[in-house]
Design a protein around this ligand. Structure first.
Ligand code: C5P
Length: 238
C-alpha cells in the first residue's frame, strides 16, 4: 500500500501549530521535495479537512495523525473519510484490537490508491506504572512488540515507535513493515521535552523508515536549510 509521490523523502515534519495561518506561513518556506507533513489533533481540530486538502493540493504528502480508536465500524468509516482527503498515511490505536484493526485495513485497502495505514502501540508517555494503573501488567516494551505483531497480522503497513524500539521491531516484523519514529534531533539541536532522542542518521541506521521531526525544523530561522542538511546526511547513508 502506498501512493507516494516522494519515494525518497524520509522526513515528516510535524505541523504542531494551533491553527492554519502559522502552519501555512511555515509551509510557504519549504517545498514538497524536502519533506512530508504531519497534521495532528490540534491543527486538524482547528483547521479541519480543508487544510489537509490544501496541503495535498500543494504537492505535499500528508500523514493524518488522528490515532483513531473506537468500535470497528466507526474506525473503518473514519479511515474511509480520511482516504477521501487524499492523505498519504493515517493511523489508528492498536489497542483497539484485532477486529478494529482488520476493519481499518479493509476500509483503507478498498480505495484505488490506498494510503499507508500504521498503528500506534503504547504511547511513549506511558511507563510500566501507567500500564499497571489501567490493569495492564508487563513492560511497555512487551506490549509494544505484541501490538506491533498484531497490527502486522491484521494487514497494517507499520507502526509509530520510539527509535529505541526500531531494531527489535524490524527483526520481529520484517523488512516490509514501516517504522515511523518521532523523538528525532539533528546533532546539536535542543531536546525540548523529548526524553530520549536520536539523530536522523542513527534512527535510519537502526531501521526507521520515516522520521517525524517537529520543532528543530518548525522553529528554525531557516527551515529549508535545516531540511537540506538533514536530507544530505541521510542521502550520504545510502
Ligand atoms: O517537536 P518534536 O520533534 O518533538 O515533535 C515530535 C512530534 O511527534 C510531535 O507531533 C509529537 O506529538 C509526535 N510524537 C512524539 N512521540 C510519540 C508520538 C508522537 O513526539 N511517541
Amino acid at each position: 500500500m502506498s501512493g507516494t509521490r516522494h519515494a525518497g523523502a524520509r522526513v515528516i515534519v510535524a505541523l504542531d501549530y494551533p491553527d492554519a495561518a502559522p502552519a501555512l506561513e511555515f509551509v510557504s518556506r519549504i517545498s514538497p521535495d524536502q519533506c512530508r507533513l504531519k497534521v495532528g489533533k490540534e491543527l486538524f481540530t482547528s483547521a479541519g479537512p480543508d487544510l489537509v486538502r490544501h496541503l495535498s493540493g500543494q504537492g505535499f504528502d500528508v500523514f493524518l495523525d488522528l490515532k483513531y480508536h473506537d468500535i470497528p465500524n466507526t474506525v473503518a468509516n473514519a479511515c474511509r473519510a480520511a482516504t477521501g482527503l487524499g492523505v498519504w498515511m493515517l493511523n489508528v490505536h492498536a489497542l483497539g484490537g484485532r477486529r478494529m484493526l482488520e476493519a481499518a485495513a479493509a476500509a483503507v485497502g478498498a480505495v484505488s490508491k490506498p494510503p499507508l495505514l500504521v498503528a500506534v502501540t503504547i504511547l511513549t508517555s506511558m511507563d510500566a506504572s501507567d500500564l499497571e494503573s489501567i490493569g495492564l501488567g508487563g513492560t511497555p516494551e512487551e506490549h509494544v512488540l505484541e501490538l506491533a505483531s498484531l497490527a502486522r497480522d491484521c494487514g497494517l503497513d507499520g507502526v509509530v515507535c520510539s527509535s529505541r524500539e526500531t531494531a527489535v521491531l524490524r527483526e520481529r516484523c520484517g523488512n516490509d513493515f514501516q517504522l515511523v519514529t518521532p523523538g528525532i534531533r539533528p546533532a546539536g539541536s535542543a531536546a525540548d521535552d523529548q526524553r530520549r532522542v536520536m539523530t536522523p542518521a542513527d534512527a535510519i541506521r537502526n531501521g526507521s523508515n520515516y522520521l517525524v521531526i517537529g520543532r528543530p525544523v518548525t522553529q528554525a530561522d531557516d527551515p529549508s536549510a535545516v531540511l537540506l542538511t538533514i536530507n544530505s546526511e541521510l542521502a550520504a547513508l545510502s
